[in-house]
Design a protein. Sequence first.
Length: 228
Amino acid sequence: MDSTVMPEMQTLAAAVATHLGHGWKDEPHPEHPRYSANVIHEDGRQVRLYVDRYASGREAGRIHVTGQQPKPPANLPEETDRINFGHITVAGTKTPRQVAGDVSRRLLPDLTTALATWQNKVQRLCAEEAERTATAHRLAKVLATTPTRATRGASYEKRKLHLGWTGANRSRGPEQRSTTTPRASVEIDADRSGEYVKVELSGLSAAQAERVLRALIDQEQHGEAPGN
């Protein structure tokens, strides 16, 4: 496709922002300023205008207008990109006023709904993250350790926090020649129903195991476990 027939995106975006009205402004695309530009609103709605340089036939020169997902908070461990923010195309021969009209009628209703859905989801995910973090730090004080998080794997695995504890070696056996080491592995997560914790124990003495089991029974029967 001959690049001379392409609309100049930055100039178009500035004019479209003006016609969309109060609160809208244009921003250049950081990588492809000639072929792509952004139009954003102060309330968080974002639109990208671009042309496909390699399109041919009827698609050549058409302007793509895509609703954009805002950047989520840096500490949010779960992806939030499963929401459709809308996409339309318009003829490259249309005026900025006509493009703005198409955006208002055909894209902004879907974009506005998607943004509200995204904001509610982010708010929920942030609340869940705060809950699991608070629980992890509470338990970390008991174990005198620091919570860690996986850096690889699925998003639901990376959101979980982990704690570990290793006790002193303990001799065992009739001749006291072998040892065992008590260990605890703790996994903390939270979802819409609240926080939940997985604890795996190994190498406990009978007395330690009895204390753990009694604490569980006491909590079920009387509420908060002793010592909390």
